[in-house]
Write a protein that binds this ligand. Structure first.
Ligand code: BGC
Length: 750
């Protein structure tokens, strides 16, 4: 940003916000004016006390050491004579608590800001005002702001001068904003005020969400309102937020001016459904003063799915809200505890569903740029992105199923939107990740050993285990094959010679089959080479297991078997499901594919059985327990009403929401044959319990619809196909027809 300097306060400003001010004398009638601004920290910009633009939490979350986005605003209409300009900045992701063990100053040791205003006058002359050491620094009414720990807004504060700004002495790489704007998206009113058995006053917004609570209130000067946050009540109906871990004491405090006040946080956000009112002026709580403001990245809604079963509709609702809650500039694991990180495994598991629900092109373009910056010199792709400084060399941050985000996300975006640039931009990252796996461990074609998160939170190693029973070696090698396959496909789309990687793929599949399988089945077990993930891993001896649901699901879904072996593998999977009480035992890596694996092998009825299961584990278990977002664990709330644990128990984790991809792809039957929906197969699999399905997706070609409903005597199907799309319609009675744009109706028997 030519001529502008990075500036900071001359003293330590702690966790409070600071404002950087400049009076601008205008030189005539303004024809146009633009503000360019950024911060290592979070910033808001004001002219004459009016906020510029409608973004919140700018400049967004990047690894500030690598790059920081700047934003541009047209401020032509906001300038007037004697204009006073102000940038308010707070610690945010860059300087406040963030990341592993809630460290501070992960990316920068102090708040730094930069801004430039370019004015063109009607007579053609120009003026530039840029940050330098002549800007004044003041304390601010936001006396505390921290992503994990909340915010205090004190309207009784009279800002004090901190003198002139100093040059920050930090160098940052500024890039134009790549991501979607982070904005306030929806406003929720309180559903009820609860007095809990403990006598605490709790407001229920009836929806778990991400954002903050705004408050309109008039009280006496100096009176305080203090709020704490929770996602659930405990089994007795009391406020519970032990699962927020280090962010458990997060609170938002508003100190009243004595006039009519409007409060909301500006430099933090919370994940919550309930708020506890810890302090409030004497008298009754005026519920109507409270609102929950939903904040996430702006994304256009593309996909919708409604059916005749209220529980499945609630599940779909929870999946959408899981995405809204966690697509806040980066794909986060959860929005409430001392984490909120771009966990790469979670992101890859959910990205296909996410990209069908919403247009996530811009959102992911920025994050993939981040991922490329974070890829280690040896090709490793880390567990989170942005990755905490100092973690890049940690052996515990590179894992199969997580690093594969590097291949899975670009390929998925290409398939969904038909935009080759996702492959062009990321091909090298994809290739280097495959090379990393090739060089990991002692075997070129197997990925043995290493530290993996494995089939995270699967139930087959016991309810309390973090890591499932499936061998990490098997999982790692399966993903190695899958990523190599995607690399080959990507290279072929780009017209590259991929014969070398094709041979690598064939070798990996052959080695997988030899090491992990016999007679077309996974071996029960093999030598234990894993370095186990730490934590409460029960049945340590069993983690070399091959005969698990997840192992078979990966073998089927990644095509690691011969076509003639699929039937027996699917039968075995069915038996394992039956042996587990007709339930899934899969975790983060097996669950997204289990229904696909079953329906691809002609076991759609069993897939529906799992979908409709209400026991633990199942998707409807959380629905029956009142969930309004997806849970991290199948049994975050156990059957007896107690909680899974305090240290890993989010009620807003989207990973298991990947099941929506099966609802779109199999229940509604929308299958992409050629990238960007230029060619599709429409092969719905109706099910009497659902009664009807209305599913539509705004594809790059236009709105596609697949609807069906049960009638007296049979089933009626209605499809709408937009211009530029070829569709093959396949009905359960075996009829099949190739069609172009238009509306089509069919009837079959039940
Ligand atoms: C996160 C997960 C993540 C995992 C890695 C957790 O703390 O919340 O969603 O993928 O760590 O195993």
């Amino acid at each position: 940003m030519r001529s502008a300097k990075w500036i900071s306060a001359s003293c330590d400003t702690g966790a409070g916000a600071v404002s950087f001010k400049k009076e601008i004398a205008l030189g005539g009638k303004v024809a146009s004016a633009t503000l360019t601004a950024s911060a290592a920290g979070l910033y808001e910009a004001y002219i004459n006390g009016n906020k510029i633009g409608d973004r919140v939490l700018a400049p967004g979350f990047t690894n500030y050491k690598n790059r920081i986005q700047y934003q541009q605003y047209d401020i032509t209409d906001m300038l007037s004579d004697g204009c006073s300009f102000c940038l308010v900045a707070a610690p945010g992701w860059a300087v406040g608590h963030m990341g592993y063990k809630g460290m501070t100053k992960l990316f920068c040791d102090k708040i730094c800001v930069i801004a430039r205003i370019d004015i063109t006058y009607e007579d053609g002359t120009t003026q530039t005002v840029a940050t330098d050491t002549d800007w004044d620094v003041w304390t601010h009414e936001v006396t505390f702001a921290d992503i994990y720990h909340g915010e205090t807004v004190d309207k009784t504060v009279t800002p004090a001068s901190l003198g002139k700004a100093v040059e920050s002495g930090r160098e940052f790489n500024l890039i134009a904003e790549e991501g979607e704007k982070i904005q306030e998206q929806e406003i929720l009113s309180p559903a009820s005020l609860i007095i809990t058995p403990k006598g605490e006053r709790v407001i229920d917004f009836a929806q778990n969400m991400t954002g903050y609570v705004s408050l309109n209130i008039k009280g006496n000067r100096g009176e305080r309102v203090r709020l704490s946050f929770a996602e659930v009540l405990d089994k007795d109906g009391n406020f519970y937020n032990d699962n927020y871990r280090g962010a458990k004491d997060c609170s938002v405090t508003y100190v009243l001016s004595g006039e009519q006040d409007s409060f909301k946080p500006r430099f933090s956000f919370q994940g919550f459904r309930y708020i506890r009112i810890d302090e409030y002026p004497d008298g009754d709580i005026e519920l109507d003063g409270f609102r929950a403001v939903v904040v996430h990245s702006s994304m256009e809604r593309l996909g919708s799915f409604v059916c005749g079963d209220a529980k499945i509709n609630q599940l779909f609702h929870n999946i959408i809200w899981g995405q809204k809650s966690n697509y806040l500039d980066i794909p986060t694991d959860c929005p409430q505890r001392d984490e909120r990180l771009g966990w790469t495994g979670d992101a890859q598991v959910f990205c296909r569903t996410a990209g069908t629900n919403y247009d996530v092109r811009k959102f992911f373009r920025k994050w993939l740029g981040e991922l490329r910056c974070e890829q280690r010199a040896d090709g490793a792709v880390m567990g989170t992105c942005p990755e905490a400084d100092g973690m890049h060399n940690s052996t515990s941050r590179v894992s199969a199923g997580w690093g594969d985000v590097a291949t899975i996300v670009p390929w998925t975006l290409y398939e969904l939107y038909g935009d080759k640039s996702f492959l062009e931009e990321n091909f090298e990252m994809m290739r280097r990740w495959v090379e990393y796996m090739r060089s990991a461990g002692s075997e070129e074609y197997l990925w043995l050993g290493g530290y993996h998160y494995g089939d995270w939170l699967a139930m087959d190693a016991g309810e309390d285990s973090y890591v499932g029973a499936t061998s990490n070696d098997l999982v790692a090698t399966a993903f190695y094959a899958y990523s190599t396959e995607l690399l080959v496909k990507a290279g072929e789309v780009l017209g590259k010679d991929m014969s070398g990687y094709k041979a690598l793929y064939d070798n990996i599949v052959a080695a997988f089959r030899e090491y992990f399988m016999e007679n077309g089945m996974p071996k029960a077990e093999f030598p234990l080479t894993e370095v186990l993930a730490p934590g409460k891993v029960k049945n340590i001896d069993t983690v070399r297991e091959g005969m698990t649901q997840t192992a078979i699901v990966l073998i089927l879904h990644f095509n690691l078997c011969l076509p003639e072996e699929r039937g027996a593998l699917a039968d075995k999977l069915e038996q394992l499901i039956h042996d587990f009480g007709d339930r899934m035992s899969t975790g983060f890596l097996g669950t997204p594919y289990i229904l696909h694996a079953l329906s691809a092998c002609g076991k759609t009825e069993l897939a529906y059985k799992l979908l409709f299961n209400e026991g633990n584990p199942s998707w409807l278990y959380s629905v029956n327990h009142g969930a309004t977002t997806m849970w991290e664990h199948w049994n975050s709330i156990k059957e007896d009403g107690s909680f899974w644990s305090t240290d890993m128990n989010s009620f807003n984790h989207y990973a298991y929401g990947a099941v929506a991809d099966w609802l779109y792809g199999v229940t509604a039957g929308i299958k992409i044959e050629e990238a960007g929906y230029s060619s599709v197969t429409l092969e719905p699999r109706p099910c009497e319990r659902l009664g009807f399905v209305r599913c539509s997706v705004k594809t790059p070609r236009g709105a596609l619809e697949s609807n069906w409903y049960y009638t007296e005597g049979g089933i009626r199907y209605e499809f709408v196909i937009p211009e530029g799309m070829d569709a093959t319609i396949v009905l359960p009675d075996g009829r099949s027809e190739k069609v172009g744009a238009g509306s089509y109706c069919y009837s079959t028997g039940k």
